[in-house]
Write a protein that binds this ligand. Structure first.
Ligand code: TMP
Length: 213
């Protein structure tokens, strides 16, 4: 199958309303059309345990949740997803498309909540067996423009403008540091134009990885 030794992990990141989920699903449609073996997962969630953790994390009634509890729950959901779904799929040489992964924790908890990057990185490695995304699309958008695109009422979405601005800046800082892995997309572009950009970029990436397309 495709002559590759292992599968790849492709992640989509971005602020609320950036359109990253639409783009992730667009890539999944293309993988289906091309009959490239793949799975699609989201974070937090993607497993029965993870979806239960997601509902605790996003419940707006849990206003008292401490930021340490919050980050540990995100990591707990990621751990379950990694061992139950991602690692087996990578071993089966599949393309894993993930709507968010650990860059979200860097942007939302390290930059947004001012938690220690070193500590979170150690915890994250513990939770995920050190798996890293091979390619990441960061859909960048002005937070005010993202917020007019839908209803934003969960615990994270209602965290305030200053918080979400820190999240966006955190993502951009990260993308600047990991230029080879993270491809920034302009979230203001038309959805179809972005989809073409994502597909073309992924196609070239998969060919470099040894996929026969
Ligand atoms: P979603 O609505 O894009 O599925 O993401 C759920 C929310 O969880 C979103 O507000 C971002 C937040 N989040 C974190 O704060 N830290 C994380 O590690 C992850 C994966 C998500």
């Amino acid at each position: 199958m495709h002559g590759v030794r292992r599968g790849v992990l492709i992640t989509f990141e971005g602020v609320e309303g950036s359109g990253k989920t639409t783009q992730a699903k667009g890539l999944v449609d293309w993988l289906c059309e091309r009959e490239i073996p793949h799975i699609f997962v989201r974070e937090p969630g993607g497993t029965t345990v993870g979806e239960a953790i997601r509902s605790i994390l996003l419940n707006p009634e849990h206003k008292e949740m401490h930021q340490k509890c919050e980050v540990l729950l995100f990591l707990a959901a990621r751990s379950q997803l990694t061992y139950e779904k991602i690692l087996p799929a990578i071993q089966q040489k599949k393309v894993v498309v993930a709507d968010r992964f650990y860059d979200s924790t860097y942007a939302y908890q390290v930059c947004g909540r001012d938690l220690s990057p070193r500590l979170i990185s150690v915890f994250n490695r513990f939770a995920t067996a050190g798996i890293r995304p091979d390619l990441t699309f960061l859909v960048d958008l002005d937070i005010a423009k993202g917020r007019v695109r839908g209803v934003f009422d969960d615990r994270m979405e209602t965290a305030g403008k200053t918080y979400h601005q820190k999240v966006r800046e955190g993502y951009l800082k990260l993308a600047h540091r990991a230029k080879k892995r993270i491809k920034i997309l302009n979230g203001e572009k038309l959805l179809d134009d972005l989809k073409r950009e994502v597909v073309d970029y992924t196609k070239a990436f998969l060919i470099r990885k040894g996929y026969k397309l």
